[in-house]
Each structure stands twice: as structure tokens, then as C-alpha cells.
Design a protein around this ligand. Structure first.
Ligand SMILES: C[S@@+](CC[C@H](N)C(=O)[O-])C[C@H]1O[C@@H](n2cnc3c(N)ncnc32)[C@H](O)[C@@H]1O
Length: 215
């Protein structure tokens, strides 16, 4: 198991990004999607939630019970102080001991960092944690092909980012339907077709529902 996110890189990401986390909530695509599609979840899990700023906003707006899984110790410490309504689990998705189910799970810009030998374990775990008829929001890079890039923040480590359309892993199982998809440019944060393989991102809203024809 790769523990680099627990050991160092979770904190490093948090230190690099903490000053602007949650500052542009009005432009946050997962929150916009919840609003646009009228989601009213009673329980929400965010995987890779950093300091839980998004869950704090969700609790305030919808009164939902909120749970965060996050490997950065610093982000969790900060989040426990700033967002006391959020329950934090200091862990990676791979190792977290969660059970039960949630009305909504959000996984925003995390799956491209999951090592490929743990990917299916993680997808299965997310699937088990989504309530039947519940929702899953996946935000990530969304290239038209599979892209493997060297992880540039740790030049000497043999680490990569893996860009692909992660929603397809759920849709192709026949256990989810796609309700909505937003496409945007990560550099300009504008929606629309002006994207290339590296800056193109998607946020997808799925509903957990059997899509098999049963006869
Ligand atoms: C790009 S940040 C996104 C943070 C947050 N989801 C957001 O949208 O603002 C990715 C987060 O995922 C966390 N992360 C990385 N690998 C993870 C793993 N295997 N399991 C859970 N979280 C992970 C990182 O520590 C970091 O906080």
C-alpha cells in the first residue's frame, strides 16, 4: 500500500493550497450541481475532503450529517477546529474503516491519485457506501483518452497521476445512471468546449440505480 499521502504528500498539498480552499464557493462545481439538481441529502461523505470546507458549507445549507475522509493530518486538524459539525476520519480511502451508506458521496480530484493496484478496491468501496437511489458526484480531469503523467511535486518518487473518465467505471457496471455532466477548463475555470487533454475537467452527477432490463 502506498502511504505517501498519509506520510507527507497530503500535508504538502494542504500547505500549498490552504490559503484559497473554500474561497470561491459560488464557483464550486460540486456545490453548484447539488443546487442545480435539487439534491437534499441527509448524509454526505466526502473522500479526500481536505479541511472539510465543502462539507461545512453543505451542513450549513442542507443540515446534512457530514463525514470527511482525509489523509492529511494538518488538513484534519484545521478542519476539526473550523468545521466542528464535520466528522473527520484521518485515513486514505484504501484504509478507511467506514461502513453504512450515505445519501451522497463526493470525490473531487482524488481518483487520479489512486495507485492502479488499488483502483478497483476503491471503486468497490465507494459503490458499497452509496445508498441505493443515492447520488455520487465525481469531479476530476476528464480526458477523452487514458493519460498517465509523472507526479511533478515528487520528482524522485515513482508516482503518477492517472487521468480518465472515472464515472465510466460506475456507469459500465449497470448500477448507476448519469444525471448530469459539466465540462470545464481547469486553467480558466470556465465551462465549455475550450479544453485540451490536460486541462479538461468534468464533474458528473450519478444516481445509484440498477439499469438492467429485467424480464
Ligand atoms: C486535489 S485535493 C482536493 C481536495 C477537495 N476534494 C477539494 O475538492 O477541494 C485531493 C485531496 O485528496 C486527498 N487524497 C489523496 N490521496 C487520497 C486517498 N488515497 N484517499 C483519500 N484522500 C486522498 C489529498 O490529501 C487531498 O486533500
Amino acid at each position: 500500500m502506498n502511504h505517501v499521502w498519509l506520510d507527507s504528500e497530503g500535508d504538502n498539498w494542504y500547505e500549498r493550497n490552504k490559503h484559497h480552499l473554500g474561497k470561491a464557493q459560488a464557483q464550486d462545481f460540486p456545490l453548484l450541481m447539488m443546487d442545480l439538481y435539487g439534491l437534499k441529502p441527509k448524509s454526505v461523505l466526502e473522500i479526500g475532503a481536505s479541511n472539510g470546507w465543502r462539507l461545512g458549507a453543505i451542513h450549513q445549507k442542507y443540515g446534512a450529517d457530514t463525514t470527511a475522509v482525509e489523509p492529511s493530518k494538518k488538513a484534519v486538524e484545521d478542519g476539526r477546529k473550523k468545521f466542528p459539525s464535520v466528522k473527520f476520519i484521518h485515513s486514505t480511502l484504501e484504509d478507511c474503516p467506514l461502513s453504512g451508506t450515505f445519501d451522497l458521496i463526493i470525490v473531487n480530484f482524488v481518483l487520479h491519485w489512486i495507485e492502479r493496484d488499488a483502483l478497483y478496491q476503491c471503486i468497490g468501496k465507494i459503490d458499497r457506501l452509496v445508498k441505493d437511489q443515492g447520488n455520487l458526484i465525481i469531479g476530476d480531469f476528464g480526458p477523452d483518452c487514458f493519460l498517465k503523467r509523472k507526479y511533478h511535486h515528487l520528482k524522485d518518487a515513482n508516482m503518477h497521476t492517472w487521468k480518465m473518465a472515472y464515472e465510466q467505471l460506475f456507469l459500465q457496471s449497470g448500477g448507476y445512471m448519469e444525471l448530469a455532466k459539466l465540462r470545464y477548463n481547469d486553467d480558466t475555470h470556465t465551462m465549455g468546449p475550450d479544453v485540451n487533454a490536460d486541462n479538461g475537467c468534468t464533474v458528473v452527477l450519478l444516481k445509484k440505480q440498477q439499469m438492467y432490463l429485467d424480464h
